[in-house]
Ligand binder design. Structure first.
Ligand code: ATP
Ligand code: MG
Length: 323
């Protein structure tokens, strides 16, 4: 068992339900690089755990993401308990492949040969997408209620901190791609099984994370369309992350603008900073309105958390604000 956080202010979290999203069994948190996917995945995990769901947050290998929130606990290819009801795992494709082969192949000599010959490394190098496929295979395994792996726990909810969508929607499309390439045989049927899980809109969903700026809003709208039409996965939420507070009314902003043009140096500098932040908050509201017009999923906002580094307490603050 791992270290736990001493006090969990669950009662401070609004632990009401987030229907359509946390009632599912598997949720992919997706979006462009750096928009806050990991932060939102951890916040969703904290929220679900606080509501009593046994939850696991999965990071996809070598991303070094969700685990940084829990600095004192080492997360690897093991299910590590972070807090009550909350586990984390870093999915390593090599380990996933190994586990899979061990479960499938009963002939010991054969297994030994495969591992000794660095079989998977060669195969992975020669087969684009294979790492993604076995990663999704492990996610599927985690979401099963009758897990075959030793000491496999049952989870109510699996949250995936998905890779950035820099390369399109590739990750979630991998099973279909493989099912199409391998027309028959075990790869075909297993890829099909994974594909069925992804498009199972009753149990599987996605949340897109976006930033309140023009390009990211455009990209999120495109991403939603592709996820819906090309992948066939449910898009349950779009989180507009990092929204600045609106601190001033229009009248106050006008007075600030006058001060920003004034004579007094110190006042002028402070007023300029305030005017600039006000401008940013306003343009973010405009982007929020654009996003709402352009996507079908409910758009919910998350505030910018003013902290030097967003640790688990920052994520917990956001967890309480998730809708
Ligand atoms: N609401 C917020 N308020 C303040 N800072 C935030 C917020 N959300 C995220 N951040 C910060 O923004 C940075 C990027 O967030 P995060 O790592 O969650 O993004 P990501 O989408 O997972 O990035 P990557 O694509 O690199 O994995 C981090 O430093 C994080 O602490
Ligand atoms: Mg991340």
């Amino acid at each position: 068992m791992s270290t736990r956080f001493s006090s969990r202010p669950t009662e401070l979290l609004g632990i009401d339900r987030i229907p359509e999203l946390l009632d599912k069994r598997l949720v992919f948190v997706t979006g462009k690089g750096g928009v806050g996917k990991t932060t939102v995945a951890v916040a969703l995990g904290l929220r679900a755990a606080a509501a009593g769901k046994r939850t696991i947050v999965c990071e996809v290998a070598a991303q070094e993401n969700a685990s940084r929130f829990f600095a004192h606990t080492e997360v690897g290819f093991h299910e590590v308990e972070m807090e009550e009801n909350l586990w984390a795992i870093s999915i390593d494709p090599d380990e996933s492949m190994r586990e899979y082969v061990l479960l499938q192949l009963k002939v010991r000599a054969m297994r030994d040969m495969l591992f000794r010959s660095r079989f998977f490394s060669y195969l992975a190098a020669a087969t684009p997408g294979l790492k993604e496929l076995v990663t999704i295979g492990k996610i599927w395994e985690l979401a099963q209620l009758d897990r075959k792996v030793k000491k496999g726990r049952k989870y109510d909810l699996v949250i995936v901190d998905a890779p950035a969508t820099g390369h399109g929607i590739g990750f979630l499309q991998t099973p279909r791609t493989f099912a199409n390439i391998a027309r028959v045989g075990p790869i075909h049927s297993q890829a099909q099984q994974l594909e069925r899980l992804i498009v199972d809109q009753e149990h599987t969903g996605t949340a897109i994370v976006a930033l309140p700026e023009e390009m990211p809003v455009n990209e999120s709208a495109t991403l939603e369309r592709e996820l819906r039409t090309e992948v066939g996965v449910a898009v349950d939420r779009v989180y507009l992350n990092g929204l600045y507070p609106e601190r001033f009314t229009a009248a106050e902003a006008e007075r600030l603008a006058a001060l920003a043009a004034g004579e007094n140096g110190a006042v002028r500098a402070a007023a300029r900073a305030a005017v600039s932040e006000h401008g940013r908050a306003r343009s973010q509201r405009a982007q929020l309105a654009r996003l709402r017009r352009r996507v079908e999923a409910p758009v919910k906002t998350l505030p910018f958390v003013f902290a030097p580094e967003l640790g688990v307490e920052g994520a917990r603050e956001l967890a309480g604000k998730l809708r």
